[in-house]
Design a protein around this ligand. Structure first.
Ligand code: ZN
Length: 435
């Protein structure tokens, strides 16, 4: 298949790759600066100011706005939230093409990172950005501040060669990817559209063919508080033990959902596509009291194409049915609330032209054919793909321990991926000389 990539001269391809090499030290300095700024949910504004400054100093027009739930709450893909968005700002930088000769592109990445648990167990500071050997360490170094800034470095590389994309390019730094996706949704609500999108999530330099849709829910289980020495025959009920009973029971449902993989082509050969994760649990106030309440939160996932309302109903009914089989819970039914992720799965399709450009760019850098994979995680790709008809590539650097101790990104991989992104931009958008 012919693509705009074929119009790029060998000389330009070589120059772009060289420009990435030459800019890599600066790219890492900028990345370290961003990793140094904690950006867990609710504290993203400082990191977003940093991104806005990096965009502005390059001459892009910068749009920075606070997410307003009223703007997005009725849109498909919205996830319910019970937290404040007072600090939730998106930043989008726009490159306006002079010639508009090629196809437009959204380069999207998320600024939010997941919490750091037990920082003393990290070998390197969780926000240090320390470089040891081939790795830069820090929460977000992999997932996904490296990818976010790789987009910027890729644009820089084109500029260094005297070129700009021959179509509009939107560099998006969004919040809320790790919990709802409402940041990406807010970009759609604000009107940002393009012919394709690219998200350099650290899922390896492979084409992501499909992703699942995470769903979060919270279960509140009551108990009947007594002195710990009370005789349990007919009196008292331990809320934590009741919660454990429900949690154990949910493993049956997890098994059942995984058995359904045969109905979903992309996942039919996957060993365990659907992970039920017990993420938080809280209960009890006193070692000598039978606890009165236990609250736990879980993350489950749906297959691409699976109906969210049906999944919600099935989960709720399953929990309530199990509760009805318990002598205490049947008269004290738990409360099930869905909050946070309420995400559909996504499959990349009808995108041969886009994939062709990625294949060519990847081959140029890696000298190997592009591989593809499906993931048991999710990304913001679903918003562009499902709700805006914009095929979206997810392809990024190699990362170790995302969400774990000593998260790190491979610098070799990051440099290669930056080159692929730069060549992809040139091959998808085409190039125009900077006036
Ligand atoms: Zn991520």
């Amino acid at each position: 298949m012919a693509s705009m990539y074929d119009t790029l001269s060998d000389e330009l391809i070589t120059s772009i790759c060289r420009a990435v090499d030459e800019g890599f030290t600066e790219q890492l300095d900028t990345l370290k600066g961003l990793v140094n700024i904690p950006s867990q949910r609710g504290e993203e504004a400082e990191a977003q100011n940093y991104m806005a400054a990096r965009y502005a100093e390059r001459g892009y027009s910068v749009d920075q706005w606070k997410i307003n739930i009223d703007d997005i709450k009725d849109l498909p893909g919205f996830s319910p939230v019970h937290v404040s968005y007072d600090d939730a700002f998106n930043v989008v930088a726009t490159h306006k093409s002079r010639t508009q000769a090629g196809k437009s592109l959204i380069l999207n990445g998320h600024i939010d990172v997941v919490p750091v648990e037990s920082p003393e167990k990290w070998q390197y500071g969780p926000y240090s950005g320390d470089i040891v050997g081939d790795w830069m360490y820090g929460r977000g170094a992999g997932d996904m501040k490296s990818g976010l800034l790789a987009c910027l470095a890729a644009m820089d590389a084109l500029k260094k060669c005297g070129f700009a994309p021959a179509a509009d390019v939107f560099l998006q730094s969004v919040v809320e990817e790790e919990c709802t996706g409402n940041g990406a949704l807010a970009c759609l609500a604000r009107g940002y559209r393009a012919d394709a999108a690219f998200i350099p999530e650290p899922l390896q330099p492979k084409l992501m063919r499909a992703q699942v849709g995470p769903v979060w829910f919270k279960v509140t289980v009551g108990g009947d508080p007594q002195h710990a020495s009370a005789d349990f025959s007919g009196a008292g009920a331990n809320a934590i033990e009741k919660a454990i009973y429900l949690i154990e029971s949910l493993k049956e449902l997890e098994k059942e959902w995984n058995e359904r993989k045969k109905n979903y082509q992309e996942y039919s050969c996957h060993s365990h596509p659907i992970r039920f994760n017990l993420g938080t649990i809280q209960g009890g106030k006193w070692a000598s009291s039978v606890p009165a309440e236990c609250v736990f939160e879980m993350r489950v996932a749906v297959y691409p194409g699976q109906d969210l309302a049906e999944a919600r109903e099935e989960l709720t009914n399953f929990i309530l049915d199990k509760a009805r089989q318990d002598p205490f819970l049947k008269n004290n039914l738990p409360e099930v609330v869905f909050h946070g992720f309420m995400a559909e799965g996504y499959v990349l399709k009808d995108s041969d032209d886009l994939e062709e450009v990625l294949k060519q760019a990847h081959y140029e850098v890696f000298k190997e054919e592009l591989q593809e994979h499906v993931t048991t995680a999710a990304s913001d790709a679903r918003f562009f793909g499902l709700y805006a008809g914009t095929p979206t590539i997810v392809y990024g650097p190699e990362c170790t321990m995302p969400h774990g101790y000593d998260e790190a990104v491979s610098l070799t991989s990051l440099k290669q991926v930056t080159k692929t992104i730069a060549l992809f931009i040139a091959g998808w958008c085409g190039v125009e000389e900077i006036a």
